[in-house]
Ligand binder design. Structure first.
Ligand SMILES: N[C@@H](CCC(=O)N[C@@H](CS)C(=O)NCC(=O)O)C(=O)O
Length: 205
């Protein structure tokens, strides 16, 4: 049995979608960030980094979206969500690393500037850069990481669940998805999948 620790509307949407896609036997445990639940001792025992998502597995806790997505796919091989060849696997890892370590971090500068600098002026300066940085990240994904129709080409993989997040970040900072035809088509295709729709409903989206 797996347990996904999540907060509604966060990046936990990605592993949540993948758990639905593979038909996993899983439970959910809500950790509402807005109420500070991710900072409470009970949750810090699950994830000392005070972030969601986290996935409790029979072997212990996994944190970090790319690792969680890979674990779900690797433990449900019948769903074929990991590319077969070493090169394609590395390409998938590259996209997931980019979403996690560059685009998500760029988006975090909107609300979490205090992690990088002190003072209102510094936070305002960081916020002012977020839309441009998110647009740059979207351009990189559009040009180099999204083969179409799915991220890795003809087959849905772990990257596709993670790619549900960039359009959400883009919308929040006013970057027009229509300017990125492959990302837009991907987003629309995702919204036709029952797993995506089920998770969006749970997250109140
Ligand atoms: N690198 C982590 C980032 C996780 C993360 O930042 N999650 C956000 C929600 S999308 C969070 O927990 N925010 C609470 C906070 O920053 O205090 C991952 O990919 O799992």
């Amino acid at each position: 049995m797996l347990t996904l620790y999540y907060s509604k509307g966060t990046s936990a949407i990605a592993p949540h979608i993948l758990l639905e896609e593979v038909g996993a036997d899983y439970a959910v445990h809500e950790v509402p960030i807005a109420k500070g639940a991710h900072q409470e001792p009970a949750y810090l025992e699950i994830n000392p980094k005070a972030r969601v998502p986290a996935l409790m597995t029979p072997n212990g806790v996994i944190t970090e979206n790319p690792a969680i997505l890979t674990y779900i796919a690797a433990t449900h091989p019948q769903a074929h969500l990991l590319p077969d060849t070493p090169f394609e696997r590395a390409q998938a890892d590259a996209l997931n690393a980019y979403i996690c370590a560059t685009m998500h971090v760029a988006f975090a500068h909107l609300q979490r500037g205090a992690r990088w600098a002190d003072g209102e002026q510094a936070h305002a300066a960081m916020k002012a850069k977020v839309a441009d940085n998110i647009a740059d990240c979207a351009s990189v994904i559009e040009a180099h990481h999204l083969k179409g129709p799915w991220a890795m080409g003809d087959h849905y993989t772990i990257c596709d669940a993670y790619l549900t997040l960039p359009p959400r970040w883009m919308a929040k900072v006013g970057v027009d998805l229509a300017a990125y035809p492959k990302l837009k088509a991907h987003h629309e295709a995702m919204l036709h999948r029952p797993a995506t729709l089920a998770v969006m409903a749970i997250h109140g989206l």
